[in-house]
Ligand binder design. Structure first.
Ligand code: PLP
Length: 411
């Protein structure tokens, strides 16, 4: 039900402002909207693409806006559902309702993916042993290293594509941190096997699902305890925001994560949450197009004589293909290419494109590429010439001809 303002007094006060009806003001300014989890749509039985569109909307009553408004308020009138915005507020909750419904858990949004990741590490007991990817997102690994160097935890590094190494390292660990596909090497972790080993060792399992998105993979359904995303990437989808989200199946665990957010202060900006909510509405469409483009480009690149190796789990020849096929729907929109073993030529290839933007980050509608080792923070064993391509939603023929002309010019 649409709830105008918190109390009758508020209602009267609002009604007296310029003679405008309370509900009109409430709708115009987004005051006292119901939490977005009450979407006004019955989500049961809907497919994920429909859930992404229907969830997180204001309740469907006459006069209600279609979209959850940007609620720009640090504080709320006493006695209602919200009090102080660092604890939670309606625009974040609309975004969280959608991601929670897609992933199958309770979502908590953060200022960035790293905010969500740091909050997860904060859950662990001091001195915890954590199994973590030997190759994975550099920020995650750097943060673990920082925590280890101050004695907060110990890290057991294992390749994500080695299920028996993960199982061996899980014994006696408090947590197992998974990432699949990994950034930037696109290694595939057998999530079912990792969860089974971690849970039999009594460890909590986290999974960074940024590359797959909830349309590509549902780790919570495979038994993972907490999923994290950099919503900065495909979920936002337009390279115009920073945002993160953690999703847990256990509501108590989600509540601990929410409290950590409030106390660490890693809270999303309201505009960012609104933009990400707008972005997630089209995630299914964007992923379908970007993945189809990526599959085609990976095939063409693999057949090009100048390229040493293409890493893309959608290629039948990729070492992670069969595991990816058993746990993913589609193979994502990121390709890694080991280009000619020559970092300088790789740089020339990246800087000679025009439709493709030479830039870091990934998951936008626009295609981007970069040589990962240009960053000092990248893991040293990422090949010097490895280029990560984030495939967007442009026409695949335009993408191919731009890549090809720059590849030829880079010789
Ligand atoms: N996880 C992965 C796989 C990423 O690629 C990134 C950023 O590149 C992050 C987490 C961190 O996200 P953010 O930049 O939103 O903090």
């Amino acid at each position: 039900m649409f709830r105008a303002a918190a109390t009758e007094n508020d209602r009267h006060a609002l009604a007296s402002v310029g003679g405008v009806h309370a509900q009109t003001l409430a709708v115009t300014y987004g005051l006292g909207m119901t939490p977005a989890a009450d979407s006004g749509h019955n989500l049961s039985g809907l497919h994920p693409a429909s859930i992404a569109i229907a969830a997180g909307r204001p309740t469907a009553v006459p006069g209600a806006p279609l979209n959850t408004p940007i609620t720009a308020a640090s504080s709320f009138r006493a006695g209602g559902e919200h009090a102080y915005a660092r604890e939670g507020q309606p625009t974040w909750e609309a975004f969280e309702a959608v991601i929670g419904a897609l992933e199958g858990g309770t979502a908590v949004s953060f200022a960035s993916g790293m905010g969500a990741i740091a909050a997860c590490f904060d859950l662990l007991p001091s001195g915890a042993a954590v199994v973590a990817p030997s190759h994975g997102y550099s920020g995650t690994l750097l943060r673990l290293k920082q925590l280890q160097s101050r004695g907060a935890l110990t890290v057991r590094s294992v390749p994500m594509n080695d299920a028996s190494a993960i199982a061996a390292a899980a014994t006696g660990a408090s947590a197992v941190w998974l990432e699949s596909p990994t950034n930037p090497l696109l290694e595939i972790c057998d999530l079912r096997a990792a969860v089974a080993a971690a849970h039999s060792a009594g460890a909590l399992v986290f999974c960074d699902n940024t590359f797959a998105t909830p349309f590509g993979q549902l780790p919570l359904q495979l038994g993972v305890d907490v999923v994290v995303h950099s919503a900065t990437k495909s979920i936002g989808g337009h390279s115009d925001l920073l945002l993160g989200v953690a999703v847990a199946t256990d509501p108590d665990l989600a509540e601990r994560i929410r409290q950590t957010r409030a106390l660490m202060g890693a809270t999303p900006g309201v505009l960012e949450a609104f933009l990400a909510l707008r972005g997630v509405r089209t995630l299914a469409l964007r992923m379908a197009k970007a993945q189809a483009n990526a599959q085609e480009l990976a095939l063409r690149l693999a057949g090009h004589g100048d390229i040493e190796r293409v890493r893309y789990p959608g290629l039948i020849t990729d070492p992670g293909h069969s595991t990816a096929a058993s746990q993913m729907v589609g193979f994502g929109a990121i390709i890694a290419v080991d280009a000619f073993g020559d970092g300088e030529r790789a740089e020339r290839w990246c800087s000679g494109t025009s439709l493709w933007t030479h830039a870091t980050s990934l998951g936008g509608v626009e295609s981007t590429l970069e040589r990962r080792s240009r960053w000092a923070a990248e893991q040293p064993d990422v090949p010097a010439s490895l280029i990560r391509l984030s495939v967007g939603c442009e026409d695949v023929e335009d993408l191919w001809s731009d890549l090809l002309q720059s590849l030829t010019a880079s010789r």
